[in-house]
Ligand binder design. Structure first.
Ligand SMILES: Nc1ncnc2c1ncn2[C@@H]1O[C@H](COP(=O)(O)OP(=O)(O)OP(=O)(O)O)[C@@H](O)[C@H]1O
Ligand SMILES: [Mg+2]
Length: 331
């Protein structure tokens, strides 16, 4: 079965120059920030692929490009074989729009505070003309509220009358309203209490099983990702440094950055494994280090790492790593 989502060599550069007059007076050159560079991955139908990485590594930038909220500078996004960048207004593209939805980190900011919940959830149903007549629409809204384990009567309330976890349920109900097949989730539980987090993650997994949903799941939290994803991509400074199956990534991490992230996870099994804090800071993305951009923080870095950027080496289909030390067997 071909993958539903195919992202190849996707890049996005932001112009972060000062205003023209400042540049002229200070003789400052234009400045560009490469938020995402050369990102390639694919997601099979019904699969969850996760992107992890520290803040600023470019996860949200990739998510926004995949759903079409942000234009890509370079690269290709194919969903069910339709090229999202080339087919802006074609019928194929209009059909796709209904089938792709996004869930954001901040459930309150993504809900209109002046609309009642039933109107919020009905909006995609109306926009895509999925039900005929007010009665059918309100029945469907009730059904969606029940799907996310809320009460159909909750539709009469406003977003501020709910807790954070309940609001994220409303966002999920709205996302499901258009009967999507592919959902991009950008840190859907990061703003929530840990206990509520688990409930929402379990709900998302149940919904995935029920409707055969495909997820691109984004989080900075490896424990969350482990719970959700079959395959994981680790991002560092706008690039994918390692892609592996979840079991492989946690059992046998390759890239020194992945190892560093894993060593920082609290040891819940109390095996006595020493826990190491993540060392160093992410360099300025406007002026990234030459060679491998991780080399200033890498315990294995040598001369080659400081000069030459490691290529992403595919190991098995759809997995791989970009690291000289791994390639040379020094890791
Ligand atoms: N519209 C923009 N204009 C300029 N720079 C931007 C813009 N959006 C993002 N960036 C920059 O691109 C880089 C990647 O940002 P992005 O939001 O994708 O990171 P992230 O991995 O989602 O981080 P977080 O975990 O904090 O959400 C950051 O350095 C950010 O400052
Ligand atoms: Mg983000």
């Amino acid at each position: 079965m071909p993958p539903v989502v195919e992202v190849s060599n996707l890049s996005r550069t932001f112009d972060v120059s000062k205003p023209w007059l400042n540049r002229v007076l200070e003789r400052a050159p234009k400045a560009y920030l490469k938020a995402a560079q050369d990102i390639s991955f694919s997601i099979g139908k019904g699969e969850t692929f996760a992107l992890v990485g520290e803040s600023g590594s470019g996860k949200s930038t990739v998510a926004k490009m995949v759903v079409g909220l942000l234009a890509a500078s370079e690269g290709e996004i194919r969903i069910d074989g339709v090229d999202m960048r080339k087919s802006r207004n074609t019928a194929a593209m209009r059909g796709l729009r209904r089938r792709i939805q996004m869930i954001f980190q901040d459930p309150y900011a993504s809900l209109n505070p002046r609309w009642r919940v039933d109107r919020i959830i009905a909006e995609p149903i109306r926009a895509f003309g999925l039900e005929r007549g007010e009665q059918a629409i309100s029945a469907r809204v009730g059904e969606l509220l029940e799907l996310v384990r809320l009460n159909p009567r909750d539709g009469a309330k406003y977003p501020h009358e709910f807790s954070g976890g309940q609001r994220q349920r409303i966002c999920i109900a709205r996302a499901l309203a258009s009967r999507p097949e592919f959902i991009v989730c950008d840190e859907p539980t990061s703003a929530l209490d840990v206990s509520v987090q688990a409930q929402i993650l379990n709900l998302m997994r149940d919904l995935q099983d029920e409707f055969g949903l495909t997820y691109l799941f984004i989080s900075h939290d490896l424990a969350v990702v482990r719970h959700m994803a079959a395959r994981i991509g680790v991002m560092y400074l706008g690039r994918l440094v390692e892609v592996a199956k979840a079991g492989e990534l946690f059992g046998n991490p390759q890239h020194p950055y992945t190892r560093m992230l894993l060593e920082a996870i609290p040891d819940l099994n109390m095996t006595g494994r020493p826990r190491k804090a993540v060392e160093g800071e992410i360099p300025n993305p406007i002026n990234p280090p030459p060679g491998c951009s991780f080399h200033p923080r890498c315990p294995l870095a040598n001369e080659r790492c400081r000069i030459e950027r490691p290529a992403f080496l595919t190991r098995q289909p759809a997995t791989g790593v970009a690291c000289h030390a791994v390639e040379e067997g020094r890791a």
